[in-house]
Design a protein around this ligand. Structure first.
Ligand SMILES: Nc1ncnc2c1ncn2[C@@H]1O[C@H](COP(=O)(O)OP(=O)(O)OP(=O)(O)O)[C@@H](O)[C@H]1O
Ligand SMILES: [Mg+2]
Length: 375
């Protein structure tokens, strides 16, 4: 393998009729780092720059110990690879150092025989794969809920409106103490009705889609949030104004983003104060493999909701998109399940990146070809 930028790699590559090794490694989306004796970094590919947050010229003057604490499991892995001469992968590592904090990373080390003492490390962020995994499990969970939702709507809503009406009648005809009880019955009946209505959204009705201006959706969500549950929370907007329209259903997208902003507001409320950042961006050429679809789909439009709250507890992460999962006293655990269902119906993907002090939910959405009217 040819790894050096400065050796005679291009000449050798030309002889064997291949692009130069560095160019090949630069084309890889995952970071690659060649570590030599004394943990010296001898080569990095271009994906390493954004990953470590340090430019390549700087990285190749550093040692791995400048990036990661000396007792990090990666050093053990490097030693083991050198000693045993085999390829070793370690999963679910957290990389933490002065400029770095990433969780759920798989690091693979391979011995480079042509380069004495050198170990080639590749870093894979497995969280994206896990998100897709969860979306898949979520889909089957949603399907069972959609059947249940239909039954609930049918069997519960009618008697419920009877109960509510009766309680309202009682309110006007009973004494003060009993009136409180009648109001309680009415309020609780309303709560059940709201729950049933949210469950109904899981039904398998096909969605009506048209071109939607995502910034109008976000504007509406911001207004609703600031008039209600996020009245005292700072909301920052980081938008790319030149985005094409999303191919989607406006009301459903409002619903999804309201759920996400509400989660962000609740996370911040639990800390006392903080900021919600709403963002949009366009990622050229990113194609994702979506479970259930044969072809990779292009989902270039990204909407993000970020908060400075405490982060999502590790214990619930694998179950985030399951209905009824909640850690909140008054929560129904339907917010993310519904968001997953709706974004899935749109052919999109939800990605969640969470750590203490920073949780970001990213919606990857399909866009419409230019030239259509937007709602
Ligand atoms: N931004 C966030 N920060 C921290 N934890 C979060 C965040 N978003 C979601 N969670 C966690 O995920 C759980 C599920 O969220 P979800 O929105 O599905 O339900 P909920 O907020 O508990 O209830 P509901 O949305 O139905 O009112 C939450 O209870 C919370 O523990
Ligand atoms: Mg919620």
């Amino acid at each position: 393998m040819i790894l050096h930028r400065d050796d005679d790699a291009p000449a050798l590559a030309a002889r064997v009729g291949m692009p130069d090794g560095a160019a090949l490694l630069d084309a890889l989306p995952m970071p690659v780092v060649l570590v030599g004796a004394g943990h010296r970094i001898r080569y990095v590919n271009s994906a390493a720059e954004p990953f470590f947050g340090v430019s390549s010229p700087h990285l190749v003057q550093m040692r791995l110990t400048d990036i990661l604490a000396g007792d990090h499991p990666v050093f053990l892995l490097v030693e083991q690879v050198r000693r045993d001469g085999v390829t070793i992968a370690e999963h679910e590592l957290t990389l933490e150092g002065p400029r770095l904090r990433r969780a759920g990373i798989t690091v693979q080390g391979t011995l480079v025989t042509e380069e004495p003492d050198s170990v080639l490390l590749t870093f894979h962020d497995s969280s994206a794969a896990r998100t897709l995994d969860r979306q898949l499990t979520f889909r089957s969970a949603a399907r069972s809920v959609s059947g249940m939702a239909a039954i609930l709507a049918h069997e519960v809503k009618n008697p419920l409106s009877g109960i509510r009406g009766a309680a309202q009648l009682l309110e006007s005809s009973v004494g003060e103490t009993d009136r409180e009880l009648a109001v309680l019955i009415r309020d609780e009946a309303d709560r059940i009705r709201d729950l049933v209505e949210r469950m109904e959204m899981f039904s398998d009705k096909p969605i009506e889609r048209r071109p939607v201006n995502i910034h109008r959706v976000l504007e509406r969500v911001r207004l609703l949030a600031q008039q209600g549950f996020a009245a005292n929370i700072r909301i920052v907007e980081e938008y790319d104004p030149s985005l094409p329209p999303v191919w989607g259903n406006r009301d459903q997208l409002v619903q999804v983003l309201l759920n996400l902003v509400k989660n962000a507001a609740e996370a911040i409320a639990s800390e006392g104060e903080g900021t919600i950042t709403l963002g949009t961006s366009y990622r050229h050429g990113v194609r994702l493999a979506v479970p259930g679809m044969e072809q990779r789909v292009e989902l270039p439009l990204v909407v993000s909701v970020r908060d400075t709250g405490p982060g999502i507890p590790d214990s619930i992460r694998p179950h985030l998109f399951e209905p009824f999962l909640t850690t909140k006293a008054g929560g129904s655990g339907l917010g993310l399940a519904l968001a997953g269902k709706i974004i899935g119906d749109h052919g999109g993907v939800i990605e969640i990146d969470s750590q203490p002090g920073r949780t970001e939910v990213l919606l990857h959405l399909p866009v419409v070809a230019e030239g259509k009217d937007t709602t």
